[in-house]
Design a protein around this ligand. Structure first.
Ligand code: SF4
Length: 235
């Protein structure tokens, strides 16, 4: 049974957009307006995103550093045995699967485009880039949204576990399926707020609306939230 009230879901696209704008404004008031840091090129971001899957930021960073200690170019990664890539990225977890995905991706690029780069994505509109990224094995809806937002500067909203939890509690998403949530919410996100909303919702999820212990009594969007199990008194 879902922990949020279905009747709280805004009924139409326009109301959901308005609700997201309101949440965005409140979170800006609480945490400030984060702006994008320097962007990775698309291929780096794709592999970085694969290394991010099912692990912490710290372990992803260790895996990324491990890979570049072992290799000095995408070509050297692409031509190495999967076992060697796997050893280099072991710190990130699921290293065998991720190594296979990285190698397959690089081989696909070489076969189809003759080089190890994905800069051609920059010339595509968001929908076309989304479809193109979807052709590579191991890139799900969340990973694709990360590449669109962080590398290509497109207004996609990656829905990770924090974002998913808060959108469900507030009542803007009604699915437990992370991939579906990543698809469902996209049409409702005003382009100009995608990046700060993503960053601030994650921060809110870490600092206030944690998985086990939501601190609703100090939540700046409490009045906008339909979660049935709010904790309105601190212990
Ligand atoms: S902290 Fe409580 S009120 Fe705030 S978003 Fe989370 S569940 Fe809703």
């Amino acid at each position: 049974m879902s922990g949020h009230q279905r009747e709280h879901l805004p009924p139409d696209d326009d109301s959901r957009r308005q609700a997201l704008l309101l949440i965005h404004e409140r979170l800006i008031g609480e945490y400030g307006n984060p702006t994008p840091k320097s962007r990775m090129n698309p291929l780096d971001e794709v592999v970085f995103t694969i290394l991010s899957q099912n692990t912490t930021d710290t372990n992803r960073d260790r895996a990324w550093a491990g890979m570049w200690r072992e290799f000095d170019s995408w070509e050297s990664v692409a031509t190495a045995p999967v076992s060697r890539i796997s050893e280099a990225i072991v710190a990130g977890g699921l290293h065998r699967t991720k190594a296979r995905r990285i190698k397959d991706l690089l081989e696909q690029l070489r076969e189809e485009r003759g080089s190890y780069e994905m800069d051609y994505l920059r010339d595509m509109d968001m929908q076309t880039a989304r479809q193109e990224l979807g052709r590579f094995k191991g890139l799900g809806a969340k990973s694709i949204n990360c590449v669109l937002l962080f590398s290509l500067g497109q207004p996609a909203l990656p829905v990770d576990t924090h974002v998913h939890r808060i959108l469900r509690r507030v009542g803007l998403v009604d699915t437990r399926d992370l991939s579906r949530a990543n698809r469902d919410i996209q049409g409702d996100v005003p382009a100009e707020i995608a990046y700060p909303l993503h960053m601030n919702v994650i921060r809110h999820g870490r600092e206030v609306c944690a998985s086990r212990c939501a601190e609703c009594w100090r939540c700046c969007i409490e009045d906008l939230c339909g979660f049935e199990e709010k904790r309105l008194e601190s212990r």
